[in-house]
Design a protein around this ligand. Structure first.
Ligand code: G6P
Length: 367
């Protein structure tokens, strides 16, 4: 069937704007909004009985898995081994019989991800697939399909599939927490309520388009950009850098803010904008120190934060993008949007082929 751009310039723009709706759609599959509970799932394993979870994927899907690791470990106290699929398939990792494996893929056809799945199949552990295409090979070869309900994604750079993958992973982590008794029924309710607010906040963030477009115009004058974040915003920093390089061809790197002093700080000068993803959380002050280190070296900071963070960031920024104060669990979902919008508008200013960037494919079915 045909998918068109509607009144948008690019599929990517359209897909960014679809997020409130598709996140809601996806969440509704895994949680009950009325009762504020996670839905029971028919899984080929019991979260209460496994002691490890193996995750693998490529590209943006891998970065959603990295966020998932923080959630599974924090909410469900379930240790997660995660690796990019091209490494996972060859590194001969021992797979404990008390584990389960999850593979994340928009297309469900990525060759390395499929090979990792087959490696786990040989190891004899139960396999789940978080996929957007239900008729895909990865879906077919799994014991359970955990769908993202993002609808067809046409833009090569993944956007709505990413936030839907995050929605599934967060819901699963809550479910695992319930099964493992690491969260109380009240905590489950609070987490599900928080998740159910993600679409509304995503909608609010879309309204910051004008400011983000303005920042992007500035960004398009640079050759290198550094993204920093801590905790679940560290994978998001990597996703921001990946999006920017994929579609604008500006060199970008995503780093854990605490790792700044172990390398990237050597690159900081007035020619290196630094995008800091930092909601006001319990380690916010640490990130403020990192920003001061950047500012002291003439680096230009674009801070993406919330109201409290903007008040308490004692540092001069080139621009501060202020998002609503959101519950902690949904920050990676909500903060993904400004990151995607920055890459999108920058690419538009650079005049690149946004939906079909050079040398990249939507789905990489060969090794
Ligand atoms: C390609 C695409 C990315 C995607 C990655 C994994 O590199 O350009 O957008 O994240 O493949 O694809 P998958 O379909 O497995 O999620």
């Amino acid at each position: 069937f045909m998918v068109d751009k509607g009144n948008r310039r690019h599929f990517m723009e359209k897909e960014i704007h679809e997020q409130p709706e598709v996140i809601s759609h996806t969440l509704a599959h895994y949680v009950d909004f009325t009762a504020s509970t996670s839905r029971p799932l028919d899984l080929p394993f019991d979260f209460a009985r496994i002691d490890r979870l193996a995750l693998s994927a490529c590209g943006t899907a891998y970065l959603s898995g990295l966020v998932g690791k923080y959630w599974f470990e924090r909410i469900a106290r379930l240790p997660v081994d995660i690796d990019i699929a091209s490494e996972f398939r060859y590194r001969e990792m021992p797979i404990s019989q008390n584990s389960a494996a999850l593979f994340i893929s928009q297309s469900g056809e990525t060759a390395d991800t499929l090979a990792s799945l087959r490696y786990c199949r040989k190891a004899g552990v139960p396999i789940g697939a978080i996929v957007n295409v239900r008729e895909s090979t990865i879906a077919r070869e799994s014991d359970v399909v955990l769908p993202t309900l993002a609808g067809p994604e046409i833009g090569v750079a993944s956007t709505k599939a990413f936030t839907c993958q995050l929605s599934v992973l967060a819901s699963l982590a809550v479910r695992a927490g319930v099964a493992r008794g690491t969260i109380s029924p009240d905590e489950e309710k609070a987490l599900v309520r928080a998740l159910s607010e993600a679409p509304r906040y995503a909608n609010q963030v879309l309204k910051l388009e004008e400011q983000i477009e303005k920042v992007s115009r500035e960004l398009s004058h640079y050759r290198h950009v550094l993204y920093l974040g801590r905790d679940t915003n560290f994978p998001l920093a990597m996703e921001g850098a990946l999006k920017l390089k994929e579609i604008s061809y500006i060199h970008a790197e995503g780093y854990a803010a605490g790792e700044l002093k172990h390398g990237p700080i050597a690159l900081i000068d007035e020619n290196m904008p630094v995008i800091v993803i930092a909601p006001h959380d319990r380690i916010f002050e640490k990130t403020v120190s990192n920003m001061q280190e950047v500012a002291a070296r003439g680096g230009k900071i674009i801070l993406i934060t919330d109201r409290k963070g903007a008040e308490q960031a004692t540092v001069d920024t080139m621009e501060t993008i202020v998002l609503p104060d959101v519950p902690e669990i949904i920050t990676p979902i909500v903060y993904a949007l400004p990151i995607q919008m920055l890459a999108y508008f920058t690419a538009v200013f650079m005049g690149t082929d946004v939906d079909q960037p050079r040398n990249l494919a939507k789905s990489v079915t060969v090794e």
